[in-house]
Design a protein around this ligand. Structure first.
Ligand code: ATP
Ligand code: BTN
Length: 232
């Protein structure tokens, strides 16, 4: 699935490089550090040395329902980290958490006829800037071990290839239960911050990957968008 890979010492953002260039499907751009790493809604993604920052191109015709992709990609990261003994949970719709802190973020964007997927994974960082001190964690901080980032990338790409191919062939229902089992804040009271905040108990996801909340007005299904999930 990923036949072309370019590894840069430094760039502004691997996501921007792929969105602005004309690269074939399956191209991967990796950087040791990014000067302008971006999260959702243009928020900054801290991209200091030690982490893994990469983006890849998917062909739009292969992945029509792109709203479910952040969950499939986040699930792949989570499954990979679990395989190393680092226990993780998926924070709907696009983040991976370990020990209550963010270890990885996923960004899926459409740009003309292609989909660009970006993943930031904290690997060997020993510390984070003050503003992330209590909310971020790296693989090294979680396990006490140092990792070879080339190996981390190739193994993670294997998990991604397998899951993206399964998703293309079998659809989201093949993942629904496994993703549901890994959801952060399951059975807890949460609030979804968007135009209108919605408060309820997080009960799971539906066959479309929408979040299911038991609210005072009954069961509500919430489609992923630029929404934020928080404990209430
Ligand atoms: P939500 O997804 O619920 O809106 P969020 O704060 O996680 O909340 P995102 O857009 O998903 O928002 O991610 C961007 C945020 O992630 C940044 O505003 C910052 O708080 C945090 N962040 C930035 N860099 C890192 C990093 N390397 N590791 C962990 N967290 C980071
Ligand atoms: C988020 O949690 O909001 C998503 C963070 C995505 C960060 C990755 S790092 C590689 C790629 N390049 C970027 O500028 N962003 C993504």
């Amino acid at each position: 699935m990923f036949p072309y890979l370019v590894w840069l010492r430094e760039t502004d953002s691997t996501q921007r490089r792929l969105k602005e260039g004309n690269y074939p499907c399956g191209t991967v751009f990796v950087a040791d550090r990014q000067k302008e790493g971006k999260g959702r809604k243009g928020r900054r993604w801290e991209s200091q040395e030690g982490g893994l920052y990469f983006s890849f191109v998917l062909c739009e015709e292969d992945f029509r329902d792109y709203a479910q992709l952040p969950l499939i990609v986040g699930f792949s990261v989570s499954e990979y980290l679990d395989s190393l003994g680092i226990r993780t949970a998926i924070k709907w719709p696009n983040d991976v958490y370990s020990r209550g802190r963010k270890i990885s973020g996923v960004l899926v964007e459409k740009s003309s006829n292609k989909i660009v997927v970006g993943i930031g994974l904290n690997v060997n960082q020993d510390s984070f800037p003050k503003e992330l001190e209590n909310s971020a964690i790296s693989m090294k901080l979680a396990s006490g071990k140092e990792y070879d980032r080339k190996r981390v990338l190739t193994s993670l790409l294997d998990f991604l290839s397998k899951n993206l191919n399964d998703y293309r062939e079998k659809g989201f229902t093949a993942f629904k239960e496994r993703i549901e089992d890994k959801l952060l804040f399951k059975e807890e009271e949460v609030v979804i911050l968007g135009e209108e905040p919605v408060v309820g108990i997080l009960v799971g996801i539906d066959d479309n990957g929408h979040l299911l909340l038991q609210t005072s007005e009954g069961l509500k299904s919430i489609a992923a968008g630029d929404l934020s999930l928080r404990l209430y």
